[in-house]
Design a protein around this ligand. Structure first.
Ligand SMILES: Cc1cc2nc3c(=O)[nH]c(=O)nc-3n(C[C@H](O)[C@H](O)[C@H](O)COP(=O)(O)OP(=O)(O)OC[C@H]3O[C@@H](n4cnc5c(N)ncnc54)[C@H](O)[C@@H]3O)c2cc1C
Length: 394
């Protein structure tokens, strides 16, 4: 039996077992590294009769390919996920730009998955190389030249060559490591509602742009779907306080006819923030996923960027281990930061440009977005390019 006072040794400690942290734990454990995973909330078991999780994500082809390699995608397929073949963008329902999977010679553009099921699918793959500390959180971080030590709320101490902070946008580890951030809160917030729809399972996700903000539909399994309604924060809070029946009525009034007959099952709201960590590592602590960057969810890229971080970081670590090098060395972490920070910033800035052009009613910008949508509607080449970029294969 290990005494609680003895320092426990691991190759790597990961704080946060959400989608990104769990994927990092799985990839590294499969390569033979000894991993400690610290998560404050247990993951819920799957129940096919229970309604979908309110938090859903659009997972692109690049993320799907990596998750398949890890064996988690196959587990998710045994639970619930919804592929979509078409992606539509429009301002007026009569001028819709449609991106088709066939345009990029694929049979789908992506999947809408429930966040808790993807997390569960990853956790189900953990073998003996992952030691789970859950429910648990960190109370202190100490760094030396060749290791980092975490103290948990249980009093246990874990020492490793590298600590990954994958504990989300409000990362406590990022603060303990002394890494600052840049960013702001957008004026808008978004309401997310799980709905039952009158249509059989749909193969299309769409987004309508209006001067007060976008309105989006994401298909889920069977006759369920998710809607995302972006509005000024005060209005979103008002909407979130309504009963499901009242919110259903508001949705039917505000959303385009494509939505059809719906009823709200559950809803919640989220503030919208942009955050970029000043650096992606400090000593032997490295950031991944939302702990490093949060992005406007407008184009559903957040966790896809997190998986791209996770894939590169784990490849660098596995390569270092293969060469018997230090898996927490500054050159390794520098190389990770050099590749991922500019890529994430580029996507964040593109989303901000999008938010500015599509989210207001200033006449020149209105004309610009009408022009952009009409050019996109006519140009097969442009549509193909956008679709390839959106699914993560460009
Ligand atoms: C409304 C909305 C819609 C979105 N839609 C999409 C989409 O369609 N596609 C997409 O790619 N992205 C989307 N995103 C973004 C996506 O949800 C995030 O990018 C993603 O959840 C980040 O994953 P993560 O694992 O980095 O962090 P999180 O999901 O935040 O996970 C962090 C984990 O760390 C744990 N934790 C936190 N603090 C501690 C602590 N101190 N100790 C131990 N554990 C801790 C938490 O319990 C959690 O399990 C959306 C976001 C919002 C708000």
């Amino acid at each position: 039996m290990t005494s609680k006072n003895a320092v426990q040794q691991f190759d790597i400690s990961i704080v946060g077992g959400g989608m990104v942290g769990a994927a990092i734990a799985l990839a590294l454990s499969q390569a033979g590294l000894q991993v400690a995973l610290i998560e404050k909330q247990p993951v819920q078991e799957f129940n096919s009769q229970s309604p979908a999780d309110l938090r859903v994500s659009s997972i692109n082809l690049a993320s799907e390919a990596w998750l398949s390699q890890l064996g988690a995608w196959q587990a998710l397929e045994q639970m619930r996920l919804c592929p979509y073949q078409r992606l539509q963008a429009f301002e007026q329902p009569h001028s819709i730009v449609t991106f088709n999977a066939a345009d990029i010679k694929r049979n789908h553009l992506g999947h809408i998955v429930e966040n808790n099921l993807l997390q569960l699918a990853l956790w189900q793959q953990f073998g003996a190389n992952v030691r789970l500390f859950c429910p648990s959180s960190v109370t202190a971080l100490q760094q030396s030249a060749d290791s980092a030590t975490l103290t948990l709320d249980s009093g246990e101490q874990l020492s490793s060559k590298l600590v990954v902070a994958a504990d989300g946008g409000n990362s406590q580890l990022r603060q303990l490591a002394g890494i600052g951030t840049n960013g702001w809160q957008y004026n808008q917030a978004c309401l997310v509602a799980l709905i039952n729809t009158a249509y059989p399972q749909q193969d299309v996700t769409w987004q309508q742009f209006t001067p007060t903000g976008p309105k989006a539909f994401l298909p889920l399994c069977g006759q369920q779907g998710s809607v995302v309604w972006y509005e000024e924060a005060a209005r979103v809070k008002q909407l979130a306080a309504l009963t499901p029946a009242q919110l259903t009525q508001q949705l039917l009034n505000a959303f385009p006819a494509q939505l059809g007959e719906v009823e709200v099952v559950a809803s919640s709201w989220f503030p919208l923030a942009r955050m970029d960590a000043n650096r992606y590592y400090a000593g032997r602590v490295v950031l991944a996923g939302d702990a490093a960057h949060t992005i406007n969810p407008l184009a559903g890229q957040g966790v896809n960027l997190g998986f791209a971080d996770a894939k590169l970081l784990t490849e660098l670590i596995i390569d270092a281990r293969r060469h018997n090098s230090d898996i927490g060395s500054a050159p390794l972490l520098q190389s990770y930061q050099r590749k991922r920070k500019p890529a994430n910033l580029l996507m964040m800035s593109a989303m901000d440009g999008f938010y500015q052009v599509f989210g207001n009613d200033i006449t020149p910008l209105r004309k610009l977005r009408q022009l952009a949508l009409s050019v996109a509607a006519r140009s097969t080449m442009l549509k193909t390019l956008v679709a390839r970029y959106a699914v993560g294969i460009e």
